[in-house]
Design a protein around this ligand. Structure first.
Ligand SMILES: CC[C@@H](C(=O)O)C(=O)SCCNC(=O)CCNC(=O)[C@H](O)C(C)(C)COP(=O)(O)OP(=O)(O)OC[C@H]1O[C@@H](n2cnc3c(N)ncnc32)[C@H](O)[C@@H]1OP(=O)(O)O
Length: 255
């Protein structure tokens, strides 16, 4: 079976973690959650200047939670059990000892943007489109990524995006400061210029700056708020609005 998460280290001192389900728009299955958890635990101690998180293929960064694995007929307790491990993944990404870049090489929806919000920097593909669509699914962000979004952009913009749940382009994301750079090539290697200023720094510098960044966040409070967010979302899981929205996706996709 094809590995659903790939890891590759580069001579320049960085590494790339890739969600590898291009035929499913890199949606996060339960098995991906498991593999991400293992990789993140392992690379904690690696000597990396920075880590890139991306998706396979050219269409999608990540379509959020796999609607088959996550959105079954679950009650609030069951929903919490399936959502919580991915919250831990996001917390691990946030607190890695080196900077992280979400290389958003295509569309992102829902939890895909939560993953991006866990990263320190976000670079997005010019042609991509992006939406915190949870609002349209009768739920809220379920992996703690709403809390993280408030850390990354102005609270008013975060609030508005979550409420409106609209699909935005690169220009709109730039305007609210969600992304720092625009990707124009198809592969990371082709767009290496975007990384030059990161590659030129030493491992010691990068880890020191990451440490400083983390000192600006109250991590205990962050963890607690992320957990509250998962619990709140779990309660919405049982709603008719949510069940109806998921059904519609499967009907639209001929399932
Ligand atoms: C549970 C976590 C929760 C959170 O806490 O935040 C969420 O993440 S909620 C958000 C869940 N995600 C979505 O609602 C997005 C659903 N997908 C789409 O809207 C579209 O697929 C797309 C991402 C806009 C791409 O559209 P398009 O280019 O038209 O491709 P297809 O729709 O034909 O998709 C191709 C293929 O991929 C499968 N797919 C896509 N997204 C998911 C998904 N989230 N879960 C499972 N499968 C997904 C889709 O079913 C197609 O498969 P096949 O029909 O087998 O070809």
């Amino acid at each position: 079976m094809e590995k659903e998460v790939l890891f590759e280290e580069y001579d320049e001192g960085f590494a790339v973690l890739t969600i590898n389900r291009p035929e499913k728009m890199n949606a996060i299955s339960l098995s991906v959650v498991d593999q991400l958890t293992r990789w993140l635990d392992k690379i904690q101690s690696y000597r990396l200047k920075f880590l890139i998180i991306t998706g396979s293929g050219t269409k999608a960064f990540c379509a959020g939670g796999d609607l088959n694995d996550f959105h079954g007929d679950l009650d609030a307790d069951q929903a919490y059990q399936v959502l919580e491990p991915m919250k831990n993944v996001l917390y691990k990404i946030t607190t890695l000892p080196f900077p992280t870049i979400a290389w958003m090489n295509g569309v992102a929806r829902g939890g895909g943007l939560e993953i991006a919000s866990a990263c320190d920097f976000r670079f997005a593909k010019q042609e991509g489109n992006f939406g915190f669509v949870q609002g349209k699914l009768g739920i809220s962000t379920g992996w703690g990524g709403g809390t993280l979004l408030y850390e990354r952009i102005h609270p008013q913009d975060a609030f508005q995006w979550l409420v409106e749940a609209d699909i935005r382009d690169v220009q709109q994301l730039k305007e609210i400061g969600f992304i720092q750079k625009v990707i124009t090539g198809e592969k990371i290697e082709a767009d290496c210029g975007l990384l030059e200023l990161f590659i030129n720094r030493s491992y010691e510098q990068m880890t020191l700056w990451k440490q400083q960044r983390l000192q600006k966040i109250n991590l205990d409070q962050l963890k607690e708020q992320m957990d509250q967010e998962v619990k709140a979302c779990s309660k919405l899981w049982e709603s008719d609005d949510h069940k109806q929205a998921v059904k519609q996706f499967f009907v639209k996709n001929g399932k």
